[in-house]
Design a protein around this ligand. Structure first.
Ligand code: GLN
Length: 494
């Protein structure tokens, strides 16, 4: 018998672009659209747990404001379009818990810059989506608010850590959503749920107001059905922000500018190391199908090498854990968030608070991070990992001299069954092999639907470009989507 899937009455199957067209042509108001999505969420979210926080009154109030702008003629392409936010983004007045007990009682007093940019454009907040606690994980199983199910097959994970956003978009409970990607958390759940997700160049999107996991890696990005929708979101998301010291000051770009650019003569590199042992044959053949589409559109395939790929996992987990242990030291029960009810002295207050507030994966990362940063181990682990980081980044620069973009798998397999990594966290870490090297290098990457396994689970493909190549990546993904239909498939019986 096939595993239970998300079979129900079909919620609205609109892209952002279609929502926008409905609003601009006055076929629907922002309030009507918001109400339709809220009704779909109400009937379908229980089986998925994609959303963990809703506030209908606020959603409708935002939609009314958008309708007023639409009536006045001061609207833009995003005005009135609904969106879901990963629980990692602070949004004033909303519980912003990062799916942790530590922040369960925390209502954000301010709004993340990237969310503010989209609010300023008039987008309407549908709610907040589930994620791995503090974005640490690849399955959305470490959330304090329970697991999220993959809409394609409910006994599989949606991927992670932005699994709630991916599941919401795949199940059409939001036209678009935001995620964050520290080591793959936008691209991998997008792949496992059959949607499109972009991880921009580090520094292009402000991290202000996004809960920090590993600050030298973290980057917010769009998740949507199509590359075109991701481009439309990026136009408002990207901005210089002096409140984020790693934000890059550059001229405003139009991320839609390359959507219709021809792929004739495009050199696409296939990194040998990404197609070796450990890659599932069905994932491999999905990438081959993308190669066929690219060739038909005039692209040329070249063989490239990224020789230090194998070292990217240990380097990433040492560095990300080190940064996490530092970033998460702020949760001490003093200023905000959870505080233990019982303690006899200050030390006990700290330790009881942290023992109660953090889940086991987060504690594991803090311990690894503290260890690799401690006196005597710093040189052996942290410093060495920094050197590996540079080597991985140099590999990409050498490879990108031989090709314009790189095509690769996103994950070694389609979405795993629920609970399959519980006894062995390292197995889960290894599944990040095709995504973390980009974050080590700070490069942009996009994951787009590329087919299905024989059991019906979606498989994604990844395009990687050089720094600031987002619009080119979006353009190539858009061309692939104009000549394939994987991204139009939905997990419902139609
Ligand atoms: N799976 C990786 C980790 O657990 C990446 C997570 C992320 O990108 N937030 O660290």
């Amino acid at each position: 018998m096939l595993p239970e899937s998300y079979i129900t009455t079909m919620p609205k199957n609109y892209t952002l672009k279609q929502c926008s067209d409905l609003l601009q042509s006055k076929q629907a108001s922002a309030v009507e659209l918001a109400q339709e999505y809220l009704a779909a969420i109400e009937s379908e979210n229980a089986s998925l747990n994609a959303y963990i926080t809703l506030d209908k009154e606020r959603t409708i109030a935002e939609a009314k404001t958008a309708d007023a702008r639409l009536a006045q003629g001061s609207a833009n392409i995003l005005t009135g379009v609904p969106i879901a936010y990963k629980d990692i983004f602070c949004q004033q007045g909303w519980r912003s818990a990062c799916s942790s007990k530590m922040l369960d009682t925390f209502t954000a007093p301010y709004t993340a810059t990237v969310v503010q940019n989209l609010l300023d454009a008039g987008m309407v907040t549908l709610g907040r989506t589930n994620m791995d606690e503090f974005a640490m994980g690849s399955t959305t199983e470490s959330s304090y608010y329970g697991i999220t199910h993959n809409p394609w097959q409910l006994n599989h994970v949606p991927g992670g850590s932005s699994g709630g956003s991916a599941a919401a978009v795949a199940a059409r409970l939001a036209p678009v959503a935001l995620g964050s990607d520290t080591g793959g958390s936008i691209r991998q759940p997008a792949s496992h749920c059959g949607i499109t997700g972009l991880k921009p160049t580090y520094g292009v999107v402000s991290r202000f107001g996004m809960v920090a996991y590993a600050s030298s890696f973290d980057q917010a990005g769009p998740m949507a059905q199509t590359a075109e929708d991701c481009a439309l979101l990026m136009n408002s998301m990207a901005s210089f922000d002096e409140r984020d010291s790693t934000s890059i000051e550059r001229n405003k770009e139009d991320y839609t500018r390359d959507l219709n650019q021809s792929l004739q003569g495009l050199k696409v590199g296939l990194p040998r190391e990404f197609f070796g042992e450990g890659l599932d044959a069905q994932v491999h053949s999905s990438i081959d199908s993308v190669v066929e589409v690219l060739k038909k559109l005039g692209a040329e395939i070249v063989d490239i090498t990224l020789p230090h790929t194998e070292l990217s996992i240990p380097a990433y987990y040492v560095l990300a854990s080190a940064e996490a242990s530092t970033n998460l030291s702020r949760y001490d029960g003093v200023r905000y968030g959870h505080r233990a009810a019982e303690f006899d002295n200050l030390d006990e207050m700290y330790s009881n608070t942290r023992a109660e507030g953090f889940g086991s994966e987060v504690k594991r990362r803090i311990m690894i991070g503290t260890y690799v940063l401690s006196h005597g181990y710093y040189d052996a682990y942290y410093l060495k990992a920094q050197k590996l980081r540079r080597m991985v980044a140099n590999d990409f620069q050498a490879a990108l001299k031989q090709c314009d973009i790189i095509l690769a798998p996103v994950a070694p397999t389609a979405a795993p069954l629920l609970d399959s990594h519980n006894s062995d966290p390292v197995e889960m870490y290894l599944s990040d092999i095709y995504t973390v090297s980009l974050n080590l290098a700070g490069l942009p990457g996009i994951s787009l639907p590329a087919g299905f396994t024989t059991s019906g689970l979606p498989v994604g493909a990844q395009l990687i470009g050089n720094y600031f190549a987002e619009s080119r990546l979006l353009g190539i993904a858009h061309q692939i989507q104009q000549h394939s239909d994987w991204h139009t498939k939905t997990p419902f019986v139609q």
